[in-house]
Design a protein around this ligand. Sequence first.
Ligand code: MEV
Length: 450
Amino acid sequence: MQEKSISGLHKLSKEEKMHWLAVHYTTAPEETLEVLRSFWHEDEELQRVMDGFSENTLSNYFFPYGIAPNFLIDGRLYAVPMVIEESSVVAAAASASKYWLSKGGFKTTVLGTTKLGQLHFSWSGDAAKLQKLMPELRHQLLEDVQPITTNMEKRGGGVLSIELLDMGELEPHYFQLRVSFETCDSMGANFINSVLEEFGRSLQLFMSSHPAMHAHEREVEIIMAILSNYTPDCIVRAEVSCPVEALDDACINLDGSGFAEKFAKAVRIAEIDPYRAATHNKGIYNGVDAVVIATGNDFRATEACGHTYATRDGQYRSLSHCRVEEGVFTFWLDLPIALGTVGGLTKLHPLAHLSLDILGQPSAPELMSIIAATGLAQNFAAVRSLVTTGIQKGHMKMHLMNILNHLGGDTSDCLAAELYFQDRVVSFSAVREFLDRREEEKQKAPAKAI
Ligand code: MEV
């Protein structure tokens, strides 16, 4: 037990860290070292940059980088880069983008770009008095953060508002300053956190020196200063719409009107049932996360925001909605999402940089639109499959290929398996048996394949 723990791992060189890990935690140390080294980038400078993104870095973990073409968004055509390991996601996005290409594409509206941060503090004083002093305090806070905000203000952003909230009914003496920000094309995390921490210092100084404060009111305990990942006013709507007859091609067994009604019912179920809503929204985030990652943004932040928004009335619900009215089908997604297209990984990671180039160097609001459209496309493709063929048909082909790859099948095995499993259930054991039988056949008649 003792020998497996270590202090100061971060001080060791990369090779030393790898050795330590391989020896103490793996069954085949030499192989471990080989595997880790085999994923290093040959460009040492680039590898150094990648290593610098995190700590105790030993190697790189590959994910597929794919593209979903034919996304017509607000009249402009995009090929959307997606980073995702789940089979069928890119194929589904691509099929939905193509489907809507001939029906006017995706329309989006950025409804707001306001980000939020909070300064949480404890104070034993007269809340009404502090509320009265807010104009003066606000002025002081803004003056004190001027060195941090000047550049952002030049770019059109900065602090938008500062609100005092008395939370004493929930937790004794607990107050917060809820601060809203505009951070333009940057995600703004560093900017927001720096401003909030400075607000903390400024607030303490203000309270300790203000003549209106009694002795017991001069002390403020800053609990924490941090942005909020819940940004309901940094939100974009993406929508597709068409006459129901235009959906005649959506399904073999239903006409456009029947398909629209069944589709709307499936979305309604996700609005009213949290169990379905979680899966429905997961399908949306299959698309959203893939583009968020491809563009070097923080998918944990965007997921946290979306799921909180989905629960805003007290019950977890679908983020997308559907209406069939007067013969028109409308399907839309309201996606709260805070993104950056400058700073952070967007510049440092070569593939994030490339993704933004492929997307035409979008502003942050444009990227919000592209990502919301991809999420909606993904959701459309999933729900369309669910209410028509079932999801397994598309999934199983990819699943089959993954199993074949895993079991070492070659190209001819893949082609043969695709035919064989067309009307059979795909499972790990069924594919193994299929390959074994093929191998036996090959042994019997080497030139003949089954
Ligand atoms: C699978 O990754 C996503 C789906 O389950 C989404 C959905 O059910 O809507 C297919």
